[in-house]
Design a protein around this ligand. Structure first.
Ligand SMILES: Cc1n[nH]c(N)c1-c1cccs1
Length: 296
């Protein structure tokens, strides 16, 4: 459904290199279209960032330039690659690797080592959600990649980090108390991974206006979520333990990506599916977690 707009808006040099076909999704800042590279017939995804969709010209430019800088920095099999980049007075056009399987959200409705790489390179995503997790094919077992670095941040050394490296003797208590929350750390992505894992395992979100009396923000700040037994009865205790240890309100107590990758649930073990489950394995344990209030 190539529109006249597509012909008119995309720059001439873009059309010389790529042939646009159809819309395959909608990103935060505009549409995502499928295109073919004319020379190789390779499929690519074209993400459009409309400058007019930002409150001020400067915002669009800063956001797009930060996203482009991050996209150029990353090179990992679990992170979407940037193929090319164009801009006009009205828009930015980012040519991205095409993922046949589309968005995880569609798979969840229907049914990460990338994070470790990002955090090891001092990049935090800050916007992990099903729409930003793409599947390489329609197969049940396929590669999963993280996309949309529009909200990402490169962690630079801060004056607080330098302060905490010096002698602590004369530092006020609030310096230590705020240390875990001043600015963002990679822990924000681990919380989001916990929410993503909760949704993948159960099919519903841990925090939502329709789930409980508290406003969503209060559910989150209290770490208050509900494991509906009928939705979790076939989920292993290790998987539930991983979710519990990611959805911890205190970022200093929350699992890091490295700790999550070392969690028993992700250990590679010979299949035990032929063994009969003990009755109590399905019993819902309710460990009291500091700061998080899980309930049935
Ligand atoms: C980027 C990208 N590469 N491959 C796909 N399917 C996308 C999409 C993002 C958002 C909707 S589709």
């Amino acid at each position: 459904d190539l529109t006249k707009d597509d012909q008119a808006n995309f720059p001439k040099e873009f059309h010389q290199k790529y042939m646009i076909t159809r819309k395959i999704g909608v990103g935060v800042c505009g549409e995502v279209k499928l295109a073919f590279e004319r020379e190789t017939c390779k499929k690519v995804a074209i993400k459009t960032i409309n400058k007019k969709d930002f409150p001020s010209e400067g915002t669009a430019t800063r956001n797009a330039e930060r996203e482009i800088e991050i996209l150029k920095r990353i090179d990992h099999p679990c992170l979407i690659k940037t193929e090319d980049f164009f801009q006009t007075d009205d828009s930015y056009y980012i040519v991205l690797e095409y993922m046949e399987g589309g968005e995880l959200l569609d798979r969840i409705k229907g049914k990460g080592q990338g994070m470790e790489y990002l955090h090891q390179n001092d990049i935090i995503h800050r916007d992990l959600k099903p729409e930003n997790v793409l599947l390489s094919s329609h197969d049940d077992v396929c590669l999963v990649k993280i996309t949309d670095f529009n909200q990402s941040k490169i962690l630079e050394e801060t004056s607080l980090m330098r302060t905490l490296c010096g002698t602590p003797s004369y530092l006020a208590p609030e310096v230590f108390l705020n240390a875990a929350t001043v600015g963002y750390t990679g822990a924000v992505d681990c919380w989001s991974l916990g929410v993503l894992l909760f949704v993948c395992l159960s099919g519903y979100p841990p925090f939502h206006q329709s789930l409980g009396d508290l406003p969503v923000q209060e559910q989150i700040t209290r770490g208050q979520y509900t494991l509906v037994p009928s939705r979790w009865k076939k989920v292993s205790e290790e998987a539930k333990d991983m979710v519990r240890k990611l959805l911890v309100v205190d970022p200093m107590e929350r699992l890091t990506v490295e700790q999550a990758l070392a969690h028993p649930w992700l250990e590679v073990r010979p299949s035990t599916s032929h063994k009969r489950k003990r009755e109590d394995e399905d019993t819902e344990e309710q460990p009291a977690k500091r700061g998080s209030q899980e309930s049935k």
